[in-house]
Design a protein around this ligand. Structure first.
Ligand code: GAR
Length: 194
């Protein structure tokens, strides 16, 4: 299996979807490491329950983004990680780090990119009055939420939706889309990668 790390900052419900997918022997990625920049992220508990190695790398312990990203990179190298999945990881990564992991790092974003990049994507969608939103899995490049798209899933925006209700509907779509895309991409890495 493709040795995969998942980077989180919070609940880790997408991490859970990946952990569940990895139980299938035919799914080509194996979750070998979970890194959180927050010590109280519930996703760490999910990883521990699944017997996956965890690390807390708190950005506040580092003097600047470069030092923080270097610590993450060191951890990924130590574990011989081949593929990185960002799953609700709420730190912007440096251009150097994203370039190092070019073609080997995926992100899930709660909008139909290229609409609504950055934070509070669900609120941006509500404010814009769009009637369809969704989620996107894409390769990570130095520009925020901008890399080549691997997959998307659309959901309706309903009358009376709040950030909470729309976020929940998008999240349910994320839990299907992310395992699909990670499985597809890891399979491609094995079949066509160098
Ligand atoms: C998800 O909706 C994910 O798309 C979003 O954070 C949530 C994490 O939920 N990510 C971003 O907004 C990245 N900019 P989870 O921790 O339950 O997977």
């Amino acid at each position: 299996k493709v040795k995969t790390a998942v980077l989180i900052s919070g609940s880790g419900s997408n991490l859970q979807a990946l952990i569940d997918a990895a139980k299938d022997d035919a799914w080509p990625a194996g979750i070998a490491l979970v890194i959180s920049n927050k010590a109280d992220a519930y996703g760490l508990t999910r990883a521990e329950r699944a017997g996956i190695a965890t690390m807390v790398i708190d950005h506040r312990d580092y003097d600047g983004r470069e030092a923080f990203d270097t610590a993450i990179d060191d951890a990924l190298q130590d574990h011989a990680i081949e593929l990185v999945c960002l799953a609700g990881f709420m730190r912007i990564l440096t251009a150097d780090f994203t370039t190092n992991w070019k073609g080997r790092m995926l992100n899930i974003h709660p909008s139909l990119l290229p609409s609504f990049r950055g934070i509070n994507a669900q609120k941006q969608a509500l404010d814009a009055g769009v009637k369809i939103s969704g989620c996107t899995v894409h390769l990570v490049t130095p520009d925020l939420d901008d890399g080549p798209i691997i997959g998307q899933s659309a959901v309706p925006v309903k009358d009376g939706d709040t950030v909470e209700t729309l976020s929940q509907r998008i999240l349910a779509a994320e839990h299907v889309l992310y395992p699909e895309c990670v499985g597809k991409y890891a399979g491609w890495m094995r079949e066509y990668g160098g």
